[in-house]
Design a protein around this ligand. Structure first.
Ligand SMILES: Nc1nc2c(ncn2[C@@H]2O[C@H](COP(=O)(O)OP(=O)(O)O)[C@@H](O)[C@H]2O)c(=O)[nH]1
Ligand SMILES: [Mg+2]
Length: 340
């Protein structure tokens, strides 16, 4: 039994156990999440995405350190890290490298690092990640850093989860349009050119500045607010639309030495303040929670429906569909409403 009180107190062992329950999709984990939910909504959730090797894990480590030991006049904040990147040195494999890198923050009770087993996560990667984030939020961590690998739809998922999304690029990752994945720049609240000590870094910076200039702010806004989600969303009011927007800055860092990281934390904090003062924080939260509920609803309805439908009818319809005797739309109509 995981005690909710223990989690709320920030008990590390209880947190650890609950995270495992959630990863395994147990009903105990789900039950505890239900009880924890009213205690969430306080943390600043920051997503860090980008191609493998751009330096996400190294930067996350540095960010955690900077939050704990601010080099500027800022109060130290507690930090949780969720690494969803399967190639992350936080997970598996490079244990030695892991230890060496993590020594800066290891043993600090204000830091909690969890790498997620990305293999076959029951209930879906995005949902499990959201669950882990909720645990840290309820446990009182003030900042939650989520590292995700930029592959497939993963970077779009992070927009749904995070208040602030950092997109990492690095020189030598291929500075042309093809290699910068479509959609990844649009989701950035802050763009970071890491490995600024490497040759070609200035070119990467110039290239990104040009790319960013081409975006239509309206389009960015819609993407950030879920207007492209498959679900009919909460409408954006005219007055909301006309509020001054956020111009995503491009920063440069050297994650290995920590250069530029203090400035980055400053900008991340600015973005949080921007969201709060423009009321977009609550708007984002509302949309995120709605989407989460819709996704669950969709899944549960599908399961319920399949339980209540004859599998022979389902198989027969599927066969017809595969043979192209009927269209997918017709098949769905047939399954839901019968032959009409
Ligand atoms: N030269 C240089 N190397 C870096 C920098 N940041 C990260 N690296 C190195 O790049 C490699 C990949 O870093 P990692 O953090 O694992 O990248 P990830 O796959 O995006 O998480 C590691 O060998 C890091 O030490 C940087 O700013 N400069
Ligand atoms: Mg990594």
């Amino acid at each position: 039994m995981t005690s909710v009180a223990e989690i709320l107190k920030g008990d590390r062992l209880a947190i650890s156990r609950l995270l495992t329950e959630i990863e395994n999709g147990t009903s105990e984990g789900k039950r505890t999440l239900n009880e924890l939910f009213p205690h969430t909504g306080k943390a600043h959730i920051v997503g860090i995405t980008g191609a493998p090797g751009t330096g996400k894990s190294t930067l996350v480590n540095r960010l955690a350190y900077e939050y704990r030991h601010p080099s500027r006049d800022r109060p130290p904040l507690s930090v949780a890290v969720v690494a969803v990147d399967p190639t992350s040195p936080f997970s598996g494999g490079a244990v030695l490298g892991d230890r060496i890198r993590m020594r800066d923050v290891a043993g600090d009770p204000g830091v909690f690092i969890r790498s997620m087993a990305s293999r076959g996560s029951l209930g879906g990667l995005a949902q499990t990640t959201a669950g882990l984030v909720q645990v840290f939020d309820a446990a009182g961590f003030e900042v939650i850093l989520v590292e995700t690998v930029g592959a497939g739809q993963a970077e779009v998922d992070i927009v749904d989860l995070a208040h602030t999304t950092l997109v990492l690029e690095a020189p030598g990752m291929g500075d042309d349009v093809q290699t910068i994945k479509a959609g990844i720049l649009e989701i950035a609240d802050i763009l970071v050119v890491n490995k600024f000590d490497r040759p070609g870094a200035k070119n990467t910076l110039r290239f990104l500045k040009n790319m960013l200039r081409q975006f239509d702010p309206e389009e960015r806004y819609e993407l950030h607010h879920g207007q492209r989600s498959p679900f009919p969303d909460l409408p954006i009011t005219e007055s909301e639309k006309n509020k001054p927007g956020w111009d995503p800055p491009i920063l440069t860092t050297i994650a290995t030495s920590g250069e530029g990281v203090s400035e980055l934390v400053e900008r991340i904090t600015n973005h949080r303040n921007f969201l709060l003062s423009s009321k977009r924080w609550s708007l984002k939260e509302e949309r995120r929670i709605k989407r989460e509920m819709d996704t669950m609803l969709q899944r549960e309805l599908l399961i319920k429906w399949r339980d209540s439908t004859s599998s022979t009818l389902y198989q027969r319809t599927l066969k017809k569909l595969v043979k192209r005797e009927i269209s997918p739309q017709r098949a769905v109509q047939f399954l839901l409403e019968g032959d009409q």
